[in-house]
Design a protein. Structure first.
Length: 556
């Protein structure tokens, strides 16, 4: 009997110890046979949290396809591996919205966790003040996180997808958030590495909080604001390399990169007041491409103008807001000549490799080398984190800002357009026809010119249409710019009604402070042109009165 008792106790001890060491466990949505400790797919838990509840530090949980509608509280040293963000979903969007000033947290983390391969969904929407947090901490005092790996997840409608003091955030997608990522220096400051992510529909900041951060190879799409890296306290710095940022609506914040730091090979399309705001002597701004900003750089304190070298400021009102750089030969203001620029919010971001004849090739800091060992290029594919690629020759961009003015007295039309900016530009070809929508071929060439306007007598025409193409030095011909034309005949009333009044695209577009809008009226008419904001509310009447026949422009 004594031996039987001993054997029973030994078996019980072994069973208890079997759950005391790290193990691999499984979760499968809807599994009809969930049996703890969930160590096979056949006995997998039907709930992620139930599986976590039997885990010990060091465990790994594999989560199968399905939708799991539960908030999760993790344990120390837990690895959570989903089957992929396309099919493994944790959704808390149907939970009650948090009250103002409070948060709902999808994953309440502990130290040394790994989270990979999930789609995490909250209930945040643009304009909301409610905090739907993705991966964060709950409790007071907040637990210290020394290590957190978050990789290959999709965060949707979470105001703060990740909020911690130490973490690595890599190869994730963030869609619709207040901050793309956020860093809180509590209980102690830490370091966030934010690498190779796509973050779109951001309202406030790409990287928010008090960042001591390394931000590399990310794409930021802002709905508004345009703070690429924000900061609460000035004693934090950042390293930002090879990032690119866009904005949907030009209602941007004051500064794109708020903290001091090392800023190398970034591209910013944000029409912001200041892109960089430097105060420390250790800060550096090199190999960046800044586009559409009001001011490139502001300095104060111990910041030195010498640290701002080998950048390109394109379509920037003022490179330096409050200082000057004598004999400034390293910073440029030229067309970067990207392969394809982002043109619409709902399209792909574009291709920001440099074309073969870009003036930014080998024009970066000579002490910084590209991956092929040559002098660095400016932009996101330059420098040691860039890419080795073949420079290709592409056709020029189509002419922009094409507009027509008719002189009724002289019976002439004058067509104007914006000057091409590519370094390898050669000339324009102007095509003419009497049929709208014509194909611009050699039989319809009116002239070759390097000017950006021409005037033509149209007294013998009932109607005439024009298309203009750009040509580079290698003979590549662009697509035609927007067709323009005029109808002078009174014989086709229905066609005339459609063409007597024409509103031309504004130029420049995009614009910062003002733009010009052209329009044509075919006969004396009362003209009313109104501008509305994105909410459909009237902003301003820019034209409201009678106009004689002709072409007009108005500034807005």
């Amino acid at each position: 009997m004594k031996n039987l008792k001993s054997a029973y106790l030994m078996i019980l001890f072994i069973l208890l110890q079997s759950n005391a060491y790290p193990a691999i466990r499984y979760v499968k949505a809807g599994n009809p046979t969930p049996i703890p400790p969930y160590t096979s797919w056949a006995t997998a838990s039907d709930s992620i949290q139930k599986c976590i509840n039997v885990c010990v530090p060091g465990d790994t949980i594999y989560v199968g396809n399905g939708v799991y509608k539960e908030k999760l509280t993790l344990i120390h040293k837990l690895a959570m591996i989903g089957s992929g963000w396309d099919s493994c979903v944790v959704d808390i969007s149907r939970f009650p919205a948090p009250e103002p000033g409070y948060s709902i947290v999808l994953m309440n983390i502990k130290d040394s966790c790994t989270i990979k391969g999930f789609r995490l969904i909250g209930g945040y929407y643009i304009g909301s003040s409610r905090n739907w947090a993705g991966i964060s901490r709950i409790g007071y005092p907040l637990p210290n996180i020394t290590k957190l790996d978050v990789e290959a997840n999709y965060f949707y409608k979470l105001s703060n997808p990740i909020l911690s003091n130490n973490y690595k955030f890599r190869n994730n997608i963030v869609n619709t958030a207040y901050n793309g990522t956020a860093i809180v220096a509590l209980p102690i400051s830490g370091l966030a590495e934010i690498d190779s992510n796509l973050l779109v529909q951001l309202v406030n900041a790409g990287v928010g909080g008090d960042p001591t951060s390394i931000v590399r190879n990310n794409i930021f799409h802002f709905n508004e604001s345009g703070k690429i890296i924000s900061v609460f306290e000035s004693n934090y710095s950042a390293i930002a390399q090879n990032n690119i940022a866009f904005i949907r609506y030009p209602y941007s914040s004051d500064i794109a990169f708020e903290p001091d730091g090392q800023y190398l090979n970034n591209i910013s399309f944000i029409p912001i007041n200041k892109v960089f705001n430097l105060s420390l002597s250790t800060s550096k701004v090199k190999n960046n491409i800044i586009i559409n900003a009001k001011n490139g750089v502001t300095i104060s304190g111990n910041a030195s103008p010498d640290s701002i070298r080998y950048n390109n400021f394109w379509k920037v009102d003022k490179r330096y807001a409050n200082f000057s750089i004598p004999n400034d030969t390293t910073n440029l203001s030229v067309d970067p000549m990207f392969v394809k620029e982002h043109s619409q919010w709902d399209t792909l971001p574009g291709d920001y490799h440099l074309q073969k004849f870009s003036p930014l090739i080998d024009k970066g800091d000579p002490t910084i080398l590209d991956r092929d060992g040559t002098r660095s290029d400016m932009g996101i594919f330059g420098g040691p984190l860039g890419e080795i690629y073949e420079y290709r020759d592409y056709a020029p961009k189509p002419p922009q800002g094409i507009r027509l003015r008719y002189d009724a007295e002289l019976k002439t039309v004058t067509v104007r357009w914006e000057k091409a900016t590519e370094a390898d530009f050669s000339k324009y070809i102007v095509y003419k026809d009497t049929v709208s929508g014509f194909i611009p071929d050699s039989s319809r060439i009116l002239l070759n010119t390097t000017d950006t306007s021409f005037t033509m007598d149209v007294s013998s025409y009932n109607r005439v249409y024009y298309k203009i193409c750009s040509v580079d030095k290698q003979g590549n011909i662009s697509e035609a710019g927007a067709e323009t034309g005029i109808v002078l005949s009174e014989s086709e009333k229905e066609r005339i009604v459609a063409e007597e009044y024409k509103l031309y695209p504004n130029y420049p577009n995009p614009f910062r402070d003002n733009t010009r809008i052209g329009y044509y009226v075919g006969k004396r008419s009362y003209v009313k042109i109104m501008v509305y904001d994105i909410k459909g509310e009237l902003v301003k009447y820019i034209e409201n009165g009678e106009r004689e026949k002709g072409y007009y422009e108005v500034e807005f």
